[in-house]
Design a protein around this ligand. Structure first.
Ligand SMILES: C[S@@+](CC[C@H](N)C(=O)[O-])C[C@H]1O[C@@H](n2cnc3c(N)ncnc32)[C@H](O)[C@@H]1O
Length: 434
């Protein structure tokens, strides 16, 4: 396919996503089934265009003065893929599958500056109803944070130090230009591709099958490192899901001590057993309501990590359609779940032990708000300084901009695409009084 046909496809798919409120993955899959002649390069290019439109839906609509699928796709292609008007004219004229040629209005919108006066949430590409949450979290920097969340994400890998080191994995993945991550001492990064290019499927590499690395964003690696660095013989990953953090905690522990991976919904464990085996992990027990519970650990755990269910706003770079699908009811539901997991998990912490609350969200209600409410209700817990844990876990000083002070309570850590070039992550480290 030429780019003209790819633009037409992206317009069709965006129309489908918006008019039928469909998840992007479903709409892309259906299009693929109906157009089997499209090659893998075409699918990658069309998928990238669709996701880029979803990343910048509001700011593109403002620039184009129109929110139709056609305007958004042409806007993404012209500005995010950096194609000038001459390129666009050529693409639209030399292919019978291409969309209609540019109108005068489109030509003006694509060649001129962005019109002044856009509301902040549109400049930031954040849904209007969520904007107050962004302002509460970031104040004057809210637009900058939203814009960074509307970019593409790199592919981050966590080296499994039970089986390999960074050098070994970097060498195995040399053809992808995997470079060391700046903050996580066990991370490697493959840069976000531009335009139609796609990220490599690293899971089909031998090094992956041998358990040398896992795919994990650098912020998520750091959240696990902070929790794992607090020490102690018995740790609980209370919301373990498929075990992303469990695996990281186990590697950090060097298979010493006991780690309990727990989830209220044990179907979420997915292929956790296979992952643990591949990684050479020997100190993890699975717990949950369908089998052994954590009742025996009440008041006995050294560290409990709560990687709480959340709206996932910090991962919008990777899942941009989630931005437009999250609804007010879902936020309320997540807050209720967060309150419940924190209350349940806190009971496990021994006197002097640690409770770590993490989310991959950047909304104040899920982060600062939850910690303030928890500390109010649980005076036996206090925040501990993330900078100390950072130094202990990574061997380096915590960079400026990560520590955030919660008034009268202490500091938490927050990673964001704008400050650390990672997914958005919030981590509060708490300790229970002796
Ligand atoms: C953010 S995900 C965990 C991701 C996982 N830690 C990882 O790194 O791959 C949150 C998990 O919390 C679980 N969850 C929700 N409510 C819970 C509860 N009350 N107790 C324990 N787990 C809960 C969900 O089933 C979900 O698997």
């Amino acid at each position: 396919m030429k780019d003209g046909g790819r633009l037409t496809a992206a317009i069709e798919i965006i129309d489908d996503i918006f008019s039928r409120r469909r998840p992007a993955a479903d709409a892309l899959k259906d299009w693929g089934l109906g157009h089997r002649f499209a090659g893998s390069g075409d699918r990658a290019a069309i998928g990238n265009l669709v996701f880029d439109v979803l990343r910048r839906r509001l700011s593109l609509a403002w620039r184009m003065g129109d929110e139709s699928a056609r305007s958004l796709v042409l806007g993404a292609y012209g500005t995010m893929w950096r194609r000038d008007i001459a390129d666009l004219d050529a693409v639209l004229s030399d292919d019978r599958h291409a969309p209609e040629p540019l109108s005068d209005g489109e030509r003006a919108a694509l060649s001129g500056d962005v019109p002044e006066g856009a509301p902040d949430h549109m400049r930031a590409d954040v849904p209007e109803w969520l904007w107050p949450e962004f302002v509460a979290a970031f104040g004057e920097r809210a637009v900058e944070e939203g814009r960074a969340l509307a970019g593409r994400a790199p592919l981050d890998l966590r080296v499994n130090t039970l089986k390999a080191d960074r050098e070994k994995v970097a060498k195995a993945l040399a053809r992808f230009d995997a470079a060391e991550t700046p903050l996580s001492p066990v991370g490697l990064r493959i840069a976000a591709p531009e335009g139609p290019k796609r990220l490599p499927h690293v899971q089909s590499e031998d090094a992956f099958r041998k358990g040398w690395f896992e795919v994990q964003d650098e912020a998520s690696q750091l959240a696990a490192l902070l929790a794992g660095g607090l020490g102690g013989g018995q740790s609980v990953d209370y919301c373990a899901g498929a075990g992303g953090k469990t695996l990281a905690l186990a590697a950090q522990s060097r298979n010493a001590g006991q780690i309990y991976a727990h989830d209220a919904d044990q179907r979420r464990f997915g292929d956790i057993r296979e992952r643990l085996k591949r990684a050479g992990v020997r100190n993890v027990q699975l717990r949950g309501p369908d089998g052994d519970t954590l009742a025996d650990l009440e008041g006995r755990a050294d560290t409990v990590l709560v990687d709480a269910p959340c709206t996932g706003t910090g991962t919008w770079r990777r899942r941009p359609d989630a931005k437009w699908r999250v609804a007010p009811g879902a936020l309320e539901l997540r807050i209720a779940e967060q309150e419940q997991v924190l209350a349940e998990a806190a009971r496990l912490v021994k006197p002097g032990g640690h409770l770590v609350y993490a989310t991959c969200s950047l909304l104040a209600a899920e982060n600062e708000g939850r910690i303030a409410a928890f500390l109010d209700a649980n005076p036996g817990f206090r925040l501990t300084a993330p900078a100390d844990a950072w130094l202990a876990a990574t061997g380096a000083a915590m960079p400026d901009g990560i520590g955030v002070t919660l008034k009268d309570r202490g500091e938490v850590a927050r990673l964001t695409p704008a400050t650390t070039e990672t997914d958005g992550f919030f981590v509060a480290l708490m300790q229970r009084a002796e």
